[in-house]
Design a protein around this ligand. Structure first.
Ligand code: BES
Ligand code: ZN
Length: 667
C-alpha cells in the first residue's frame, strides 16, 4: 500500500480536528444543559453547563478534556453524586484557548456539571449599550463560528462533535431572549427563558441574543425578530422567506428544523448572516427596501442542508459548508427571481473569486485550494472566497456535466443519508465518485475533480454563465469610461446590474466622472448598502470628497466587516485620506464588534491611546452627515463615541488574532 493511500485511509477513519484541545476520541459530550444568568453590568455570563457524556470504550479514560477560552471555572462535579472532581486549566494556546482537564478519578460519570463564568472580553459575546441599539435596553449577541463557542460554553468545540442542548437563560425583567433552539416555557415577568434543541448540532451553532426584541410572523413556519424600531422594515424586506423554504424543500428534501426565523440584529453584527439553526442571525444592512439583498437569506437558509444537516468535520473542510451553500443559494435565487438574476450573481461571485485568487497567489497560494492546511492557524483564515466560490463552481461544473435531474437527485440523497453527521472531504469525494460518477474513472479525471479540490488556482474548465445583462453593464461601463456617456438604462437597473457596472469601471475614476454619475443617479445617497459600499470605495480612490460625509455616516452606523474592510483599506492606501480614516475610526471603534475591531486595527495599524493617534477632535474635513440609510438606528449616537471600551479585547490580542483577517475578505 503506498503512503498516499495510507494517509487517505487514516483521514477517512478519524478526521483530526487541529482546532480542539478536547479528547473527543475517548469521551465526548452529546448533550449540553445550560443554566445561564446574563449580567449586563459586569458583562459576564455566570452559569452552569451539565454535559452528558458518551465514552468510546469500556475502560474509563483518565480525563475529560474540553475547550475553553478566558473562562473562569468555579467548580466541577459528578452531576449524579454531587462529588467534586479535580480540574485544571492548561496554558493558553494561540488561537485555541485553554484546555480544561477534568479528572474522572477512574469513574465514567454519565454527566459532569461545570460552574463557570465568562470574561468581559469573551470573543463570542458582544454586549451593547442601549445607545448602540435602536431601543432602550442593552443587548447581548453571540457569534460562535468558527471556534468562539468555547469562550461562552465549556465544550468539545469541534464541528465533528455534535451535541443537542437545552438552556435556561436569566435576564433582567423586561428583556427578551432568543436562541438557535425551540422555545420552552418562558416566564418573561421573572426574566426566565427556556429553550431546547433536540437535534445534534456542532457547538458553533449554539447562539443567543437578548435585548428588546419583537416578533412578526411571515408565514406558517417563518417569522422575523428585530428591535421594535426595525421590525416593520425587516418584515417587509423578508416577506419572501416562506417561499424560499418551499423552493429549497422541493430541491433538497424536507426542511428538518421545524421553524425558520430570522433575527435582525443591531448594526454592529459583523457578518451579513449566520446560519444558527431555526434562527438565522442577520445584519440590518440587508434592509434595502426592495428585497434586492435577500440572496444572503437564501444563503443562510441553504445552510439548513449544507452546514447544519451535513457539517464540515474540520475547518479544513470548510468548503463543504460554504461552497455547497453558495451553490444552493444561487439555485434558490434562480427559482425565486429568475435565471437572469441568478446568472448575474454567479458572475459577480466569479469576479470576486478571481480577485481573491489573484491576491492569495501573492500572499498564500496554497490557500487557493479547496482543502486547507490550517495547522497552527486561526480557522477564520479559511473564510475566503475560495471556499465559497471555487467550491460553488465545482458543483456548477458537476451540475452542467450530469444535468440537473441527476445532480439534484444526488444532492438530495447525500443530505438525506448523511443528515446530522459531520463530513470530511475525502469521504465526500468517495461518495461523489460512487453515487454520481458511478465509479467512472475516466469522467472523474476528465472533470479534474481532484485538481479542483486539492490543487491551487482556478481550473480552466470553470463554467462561465451567459448573461446579457452583464454584457450590457460592461458595455455601459466601457462607454462611460471612454466618452462619458451616462448609462441611461441604469434608471431601470437592479442591484446586481449596478454592482456589475461599478466593477467594470476603471479602478480609479476622475472626481469629475464621479460627480457626473452622482448628479444623475444620486449614488452617494443610495439606501442600498452593497451599492453604497462599492460606490464609496470608488469615491475614496477618486478623492471625490462630496461623498465623504456619507462615507463617515456609513462607517459609524454599521459594523459589517464585509464593508469595513475595503473602505478602511482604501482610505489607508493614500496619505490624503489616512487621517480621515483614523478620525472616523476613533469615533466608530468603541461600537464595533471585537471581530470588526480586530480587522480594522490591523488595517490602520491602530494602537489605542498610543502615540500619534488622533482623538477625532481635530482636523475635521467632514461634517456629521444626516442618515442616508433607510431605517438605520444611530450608530454610535451623535455626540461622539461611547466612552467605554469594556467589551474590546486588548489591542495586542486583537492584532495578533486579526493578522489573517486582512487576507480573508469574504465576510
Ligand atoms: N457562516 C457564514 C459566516 C461565517 C463564516 C462566520 C465563517 C464565521 C466564520 C455565513 O453563512 C456567511 O457566509 N455569511 C455571508 C453571507 C454571504 C456569503 C451570502 C456574510 O456574512 O456576508
Ligand atoms: Zn455561509
Amino acid at each position: 500500500m503506498n503512503a498516499g493511500l495510507v494517509c487517505a485511509l487514516l483521514a477517512l477513519a478519524a478526521p483530526r480536528d487541529v482546532h480542539t484541545l478536547s479528547n473527543l476520541e475517548a469521551v465526548r459530550p452529546v448533550h449540553l444543559s445550560l443554566d445561564l444568568a446574563l449580567d449586563f453590568e459586569a458583562r459576564r455570563i455566570r452559569g452552569t453547563n451539565e454535559l452528558t457524556l458518551s465514552y468510546a470504550a469500556e475502560a474509563a479514560p483518565a480525563f475529560l478534556d474540553l475547550d475553553t477560552r478566558e473562562l473562569t471555572i468555579r467548580r466541577v462535579t459528578d452531576a449524579a453524586s454531587g462529588q467534586a472532581l479535580g480540574f485544571a486549566l492548561g496554558v493558553p494556546v494561540e488561537y485555541l484557548g485553554q484546555r480544561l482537564r477534568i479528572d474522572l478519578a477512574g469513574q465514567r460519570p454519565a454527566k459532569v456539571r461545570i460552574e463557570y463564568e465568562t470574561s468581559p472580553g469573551a470573543s463570542a459575546l458582544q454586549w451593547l449599550e442601549p445607545r448602540q441599539t435602536s431601543g432602550r435596553l442593552p443587548f447581548l449577541l453571540t457569534q460562535s463560528q468558527a471556534i468562539h463557542a468555547r469562550s461562552f460554553v465549556p465544550c468539545a468545540d469541534s464541528p465533528g462533535a455534535r451535541v443537542s442542548y437545552d438552556a435556561t437563560v436569566r435576564v433582567p425583567a423586561g428583556m427578551q431572549v432568543v436562541m438557535s433552539a425551540d422555545h420552552g416555557t418562558h416566564e418573561p415577568e421573572r426574566g426566565i427563558f427556556r429553550f431546547h434543541l433536540d437535534q445534534a448540532i456542532p457547538p458553533y451553532l449554539i447562539a443567543l441574543a437578548a435585548g428588546e426584541i419583537a416578533f412578526q410572523a411571515l408565514g406558517p413556519r417563518t417569522g422575523v425578530y428585530a428591535e421594535p424600531a426595525l421590525l416593520e422594515a425587516a418584515a417587509s424586506e423578508f416577506r419572501d422567506v416562506e417561499k424560499m423554504v418551499e423552493i429549497a424543500e422541493r430541491l433538497y428534501g424536507r426542511y428538518r428544523w421545524g421553524r425558520w426565523d430570522t433575527i435582525v440584529l443591531p448594526p454592529s453584527f459583523p457578518y451579513g448572516g449566520m446560519e444558527n439553526p431555526r434562527l438565522t442571525f442577520a445584519t440590518p444592512t440587508l434592509i434595502a427596501g426592495d428585497r434586492s439583498l435577500v440572496n444572503v437569506m437564501a444563503h443562510e437558509l441553504a445552510h439548513s442542508w449544507s452546514g447544519n444537516l451535513v457539517t464540515n468535520a474540520t475547518w479544513s473542510d470548510f468548503w463543504l459548508n460554504e461552497g455547497f451553500t453558495s451553490y444552493i443559494e444561487n439555485r434558490i435565487i434562480e427559482e425565486l427571481s429568475g435565471a437572469d438574476l441568478a446568472a448575474m450573481e454567479r458572475i459577480l461571485a466569479q469576479q470576486e473569486l478571481r480577485r481573491e485568487v489573484a491576491q492569495l497567489e501573492r500572499t498564500r497560494p496554497a490557500d487557493t485550494a479547496l482543502v486547507l492546511d490550517l495547522e497552527g492557524r486561526d480557522p477564520d483564515e479559511g473564510t475566503t472566497a475560495v471556499a465559497y466560490q471555487k467550491g460553488a463552481n465545482l458543483l456548477f461544473l458537476l451540475e452542467r456535466h450530469f444535468g440537473r435531474d441527476r445532480f439534484d437527485a444526488f444532492l438530495r440523497g447525500y443530505f438525506d443519508r448523511h443528515a446530522f453527521t459531520s463530513m470530511t472531504t475525502p469521504r465526500f469525494l468517495e461518495i461523489l465518485k460512487r453515487d454520481l460518477f458511478q465509479d467512472d474513472a475516466r469522467t472523474w479525471s476528465e472533470l479534474r475533480v481532484e485538481e479542483w479540490v486539492y490543487r491551487p488556482g482556478i481550473p480552466s474548465n470553470l463554467d462561465v454563465p451567459e448573461s446579457r445583462a452583464y454584457r450590457d453593464a460592461k458595455a455601459a461601463a466601457q462607454a462611460f469610461a471612454g466618452t462619458g456617456a451616462l448609462p441611461e438604462a441604469a434608471a431601470r437597473w437592479v442591484t446586481a446590474e449596478w454592482l456589475l457596472f461599478l466593477n467594470e469601471l476603471p479602478g480609479r475614476l476622475a472626481a469629475a466622472q464621479m460627480q457626473a454619475l452622482d448628479a444623475r443617479f444620486a449614488l452617494t445617497r443610495s439606501g442600498n448598502s452593497e451599492i453604497l459600499s462599492a460606490w464609496l470605495e470608488k469615491a475614496i480612490r477618486a478623492d471625490y470628497t462630496a461623498a465623504y460625509p456619507a462615507l463617515e455616516a456609513f462607517l459609524t452606523r454599521m459594523g459589517r466587516r464585509k464593508f469595513l474592510r475595503p473602505l478602511y483599506t482604501a482610505l489607508d492606501e493614500h496619505p490624503r485620506t489616512r487621517e480621515l480614516a483614523r478620525r472616523i475610526y476613533s469615533r466608530a471603534r468603541p461600537a464595533y464588534h471585537p471581530i470588526a475591531v480586530a480587522t480594522v486595527d490591523m488595517i490602520l495599524k491602530w494602537t489605542p491611546r498610543g502615540p500619534g493617534q488622533g482623538d477625532g477632535s481635530t482636523g475635521s474635513r467632514v461634517s456629521r452627515a444626516p442618515s442616508t440609510w433607510a431605517g438605520s438606528p444611530p450608530f454610535p449616537p451623535p455626540g461622539g463615541p461611547p466612552s467605554s471600551t469594556g467589551t474590546t479585547r486588548s489591542s495586542a490580542t486583537l492584532r495578533r488574532d486579526a493578522r489573517h483577517l486582512l487576507r480573508t475578505p469574504r465576510v
